[in-house]
Design a protein. Structure first.
Ligand code: TYC
Length: 102
């Protein structure tokens, strides 16, 4: 669409309108060493799921290789990934956490 202003046509460009932010899935990846209880604790602590839901997500990762813990804006997703990886390394676990565009 376009509108007239002082004899000048100004295009109403989509890119000049407010856009919803891109969203990112924060995912955990399986490994053979990180204890299941540690993964459940991390999911509860950083993604605010209750123990039952955290256990389901952990088991999905364990059985299928990866699982989604939550969907966030880019800055929040990056912070979660950093917090989870830092917490795992502090405890000596190789747990991997990453993000992907939703
Ligand atoms: N596979 C791990 C085990 O058998 C458990 C595990 C689950 C590890 C989820 C990582 O993201 C993970 N101890």
């Amino acid at each position: 669409p376009a509108f007239q202003e002082d004899h000048t046509t100004v295009m109403d460009r989509q890119s000049e309108r407010v856009q919803p932010p891109k969203m990112y899935r924060v995912v955990l990846l399986n490994d053979d060493f990180t204890p299941m209880e540690f993964v459940v604790m991390v999911i509860q602590e950083y993604f605010h799921h209750d123990q039952e839901r955290a256990t389901r997500i952990m088991l999905q990762v364990h059985l299928e290789g990866k699982g989604v813990c939550g969907v966030y804006t880019k800055d929040v997703a990056l912070t979660k990934v950093q917090q989870v990886v830092d917490r795992a390394r502090e405890s000596g676990h190789p747990l991997q956490c990453t993000m992907e565009e939703a």
